[in-house]
Design a protein around this ligand. Structure first.
Ligand SMILES: *[C@@H]1O[C@H](CO)[C@@H](O)[C@H](O)[C@H]1NC(C)=O
Length: 514
């Protein structure tokens, strides 16, 4: 490198990093489209603000972004299928599913931590790490190595484990635990509260320690000099959760747990000409059918698919149908395509219904654009998203196992003819848009806040310094009840003594009189 080049590099660096610019490392290695969309949306926006971003990702880099360097870990893609197969098995028990998730994340963490590209990064410097929240806690060793603060980004709402890490309060009496994929109304019956409590205990007593042991093992192996995982977890600066009160029941959040749900939704772009024409000409309205990026249409049972096509074909409306393979003999009102710009389509005024698997990002987009949902949840959090949406009155659910022509047709006509669904989702849409600051700007504000205040220790509450019995105030309750008991005992003894004394006196008086 000659002097001129060196000078150019220096000038460029000074120019690009002028002001409060920081070096930020993003770690989003889970090979799931929604993880990638959320992680890269935040990190690209930070790059646009002038920060120098390095992103470790399981998907190849497509469009170049200034200040944004992508490190592609190809090896992670092998987990894409494995994950789905395991989680698609409906009758697997919760424990079996969790075991699968633990071992898969353990293997992914091991590949990540020993990867040459990651090892090479250790010689660089970073001011902040933003990483996916769960099952990858051993990466905190990297943050420790750089002496950098950590922000966790979770792709769903808050969970018992995240609440524990950041010290958030979530009383099981009215805050439904994320994974109890059931009715999530906040007005729980007695048995729903029992179930919710047991589920949270399951997380604290079985799930969390299991994850902690596995991740501690990885941490000790790859960062022998690091403090314990527990200590590193307590040092996490902030957690972003992908939720908002427009789509989840109201609940408390500590100041370093920030809701940024909706931040991934982009301003609608112009549709490709053929889609625009198709939707513009849908004078009777249009339906969008998409089961997301993970479910293959070919994996649906044949008779279910036929029932779906038949019912959609009978509609007067036009239908955009996302499918990865050609379907034969389609009715003329249905247009299929392998990939659809979902957000831009939902923004089209002629769209009246979204038939969806109920993934969180799709649900958020539907709410944002105010389009009622017919949910066909397949796995994971989809059940819960659709249950929440149904409680809020803007969705109806069909189980794929029970789907038939008649029922599918009835549900569609109920959503299209009863104005309640549209009214409810328009209200939610308005709530989601009606915020003092856009969720993406809010996320950027908090990232820069953590950078500016070097980890923002002032946001951390001290719940992590307490033992569980102290947190639950068991010691205080025992103390107060002991005091009350002692006072009552003392009073009892006093009164008893007094009575005996009075009786004694009375007896004496009587004796004297006689
Ligand atoms: C805790 O976080 C701060 C920044 O927020 C960092 O400087 C410090 O090294 C971290 N502590 C440990 C033990 O990693």
């Amino acid at each position: 490198m000659n002097v001129k080049n060196v000078l150019t590099v220096i000038i460029l660096t000074v120019y690009v990093c002028y002001g409060n610019c920081a070096r930020i490392l993003g770690i989003f290695i889970v090979p799931s489209k929604s993880h990638h969309i959320l992680g890269s949306k935040l990190l690209k926006s930070l790059a646009e603000k002038g920060h120098e971003v390095t992103m470790i990702s399981p998907f190849p880099f497509k469009n170049k972004v200034t200040n944004y360097q992508d490190i592609f870990l190809e090896e992670m893609l092998q987990y894409k299928q494995e994950k789905l197969q395991g989680l698609l098995t409906h009758n697997a028990t919760l424990t079996n599913k969790m075991t699968l998730v633990h071992s898969m994340f353990y293997n992914m963490s091991e590949i990540f931590l020993s990867h040459k590209k990651v090892q090479n990064l250790k010689t660089e410097k970073f001011d902040l790490i933003i990483q996916f929240a769960l099952f990858s806690e051993s990466y905190l060793g990297l943050a420790h190595h750089f002496g950098a603060p950590v922000i966790l980004l979770h792709t769903l709402g808050s969970t018992p484990v995240l609440n524990k890490i950041i010290g958030n309060t979530a009383p099981p009496s009215y805050v439904p635990s994320l994974n109890s994929f059931s009715q999530t109304s906040t007005e729980m019956t007695f048995f729903q509260r029992v179930r919710n409590t047991l589920h949270i205990w399951y997380n604290y007593v079985i799930n969390f320690p299991k994850m902690e042991n596995l991740q501690q093992e990885l941490l000790s192996k790859h960062f022998p000099e690091a403090p314990s995982l527990q200590e590193l977890l307590n040092n996490v600066s902030l957690v972003f959760v992908n939720s908002h009160y427009s789509i989840e029941s109201p609940r408390p959040y500590v100041p370093n747990m920030i809701q940024i749900g909706g931040f991934h939704v982009e301003e609608p772009k112009q549709l490709p000409q053929h889609l625009k024409e198709f939707l513009d000409s849908a004078t009777e309205g249009a339906v969008l059918f998409s089961l997301g990026s993970n479910v293959k249409i070919s994996s649906l049972p044949r008779e279910k698919l036929q029932a779906i096509i038949k019912v959609l074909g009978r509609l007067k409306m036009k239908v955009l149908f996302k499918t990865e393979h050609e379907l034969d003999g389609l009715p003329s009102n249905i247009k299929t395509q392998e990939w659809l710009p979902q957000n831009d389509i939902l923004a089209h005024p002629n769209i009246k219904l979204f038939i969806s698997h109920g993934g969180l990002l799709s649900t958020i987009e539907a709410v944002y654009h105010g389009i009622p949902i017919l949910g066909i949840p397949i796995f994971g959090d989809q059940q819960m998203n659709i249950a929440d949406a149904a409680i809020n009155g803007y969705a109806l659910k069909i189980d794929i196992g029970q789907l038939n022509e008649e029922q599918f047709s009835n549900v569609i006509s109920e959503i299209l003819t009863n104005p309640k669904y549209r009214d409810n989702i328009q209200l939610r849409s308005s709530l989601m848009r009606d915020q003092p600051i856009k969720p993406l700007d809010k996320a950027i504000f908090w990232v820069e806040h953590v950078l500016k205040y070097k980890g923002a220790a002032h946001l951390k509450n001290s719940s992590n310094k307490l033992y569980l019995y102290q947190y639950l105030l068991l010691d205080v309750i025992v103390f107060i009840f002991t005091i009350i008991f002692l006072i009552v005992m003392l009073l009892y003894i006093l009164v008893k003594g007094l009575v005996r004394f009075v009786k004694h006196i009375l007896r004496k008086i009587k004796y004297k009189r006689d």
